[in-house]
Design a protein around this ligand. Sequence first.
Ligand SMILES: [Zn+2]
Ligand SMILES: [Zn+2]
Length: 353
Amino acid sequence: MSIPKVQTAAIVPELGGDLTIKTDHPVPTIDSLQPGECLVKISHTGVCHTDLHAKMGDWPVKPMVPLIGGHEGVGEIVGIAPGTANSPVKVGDRVGIKWMADSCLDCEFCRKGLEMTCPKVKYSGYTVDGTFSQYVVSFVHHVTPIPEGIDSAEAASLLCAGVTVYKALKQSNTIVGNYVAIPGAGGGLGHLAVQYAVAMGLRVIAIDTGKDKKDLSLSLGAETFIDFKEEKDIVGAIKSSSEGLGPHAAIVASASAGAYKQAIDYLRPGGTLVCVGMPDADIGINAFWCVFKAIRVQGSYVGNRQDAVEALEMGAAGKVKVHYQLRELEDLKQTYEDLEAGKIAGRIVLKVS
Ligand SMILES: [Zn+2]
Ligand SMILES: [Zn+2]
């Protein structure tokens, strides 16, 4: 396969600034790669809310600029750096690029599978260039092999949204038959969380608003739907749909502090609150009720290499279907505007090449 010298890439020149679509962005040569790196030709990439936060420079930890965002990329390996030893992937393999692009693999956190907290971690589309371009440099020990049986557009969204909610459920301390509450069940993360939870044998209480999200949640296997705009006593309704005791776990992917506070009220004694959504705010959890109800509060941050493999396998097995809209890379600007306006249902996937 011949690799062109230039490519199309969506570039953020400065934080908070407008996006530029360049058609003459250089493609790194294979010889210029460092050992352990590979060049991936992207076919599809998902768009995540994090990409919008990166572009705006919203978070306390700032991204690099100029920046190519994107961390839900699927494509084919077209080259591996000279001097790379023991690569688990080869040229021609279909792989995924997730938020966690690389880590040292040798520190305490990497050894424990907490690679996302490695002091040397690199983030796709944040501290290294991401997937909003035709060719991207990634890392052979961290790309995710994409199993057969799942198309690339679908696999893209599982690499961030899917892995994130799958890992959160793994950390929810639940077993088959337990109840789990999912606020925001009809959203991008939520609709995947409902499906992973159902596949894991959990009984899902979906919380969201509107007929579309209700229909979607119930069609994906949620047992109960609670409309937070219509229901006056949300805590009461959640408890009464779980034997009067409350769910065993709550997966809070919402960026609202209120959703966290409420979870402490409705969780069953001994239950687990899994924190996924990231309001940059105090979440106001009451220590008395946490202690009195013996509630465990667990932060869950994306997933490690194994979590990504497992999340993709469930997609390939048909247990999880992504609701997405396909657009072109050139539509990224419009997509950010739609995301900001809250106009996106499900996920957006861009066709890159
Ligand atoms: Zn993401
Ligand atoms: Zn490490």
